[in-house]
Design a binder for this molecule. Structure first.
Ligand SMILES: [Cu+2]
Length: 116
C-alpha cells in the first residue's frame, strides 16, 4: 500500500462513522374529555397497532376530572387528573401490549393497542 493509500484509508476511517440522522417521530393525538371519551389516533384514525419506534404524542386533556395515562413495556406517562390543557410527549414504543386509561375511570375509559 502506498503512503497515499494509507493516508486516504485513515481519512476514510475518520469520516465514515458519521451518525445517520434519526427517523422523525410519528405523530399521534391523544384526547380525553370533556365527557367520558378517551381516544388515541394517528392521522385521524383510532390506533390499534403501531410499529416500534419514536412517537410524538399531542395529549389533549380536556377535563379537570379525567386524565390520560399511557403504559406499556418500559413506558409509563400520565397527565394529572386536575390538569386540563395540552402536553406533548416524545416516547419510544417497544414491542408489546399498550394500554391507555383515565386513571379514576379505568374500568370504562380505556383503550389498548399493540406494538409489533
Ligand atoms: Cu375519567
Amino acid at each position: 500500500m502506498t503512503r497515499f493509500a494509507l493516508a486516504a484509508a485513515a481519512a476514510a476511517a475518520l469520516v465514515l462513522p458519521a451518525a445517520a440522522p434519526a427517523a422523525p417521530a410519528t405523530r399521534l393525538v391523544a384526547t380525553v374529555g370533556p365527557g367520558s371519551n378517551i381516544t388515541l389516533t394517528k392521522a385521524g384514525k383510532k390506533v390499534t397497532k403501531l410499529r416500534p419506534g419514536a412517537y410524538r404524542i399531542t395529549v389533549r386533556d380536556r377535563s379537570r376530572s379525567h386524565n390520560f395515562a399511557l403504559s406499556g413495556p418500559r413506558l409509563r406517562r400520565a397527565t394529572t387528573v386536575s390538569f386540563s390543557g395540552t402536553r406533548t410527549w416524545t416516547v419510544t414504543l417497544r414491542r408489546g401490549k399498550h394500554t391507555y386509561v383515565c386513571t379514576p375511570h379505568a374500568s370504562f375509559m380505556r383503550g389498548t393497542f399493540v406494538v409489533r
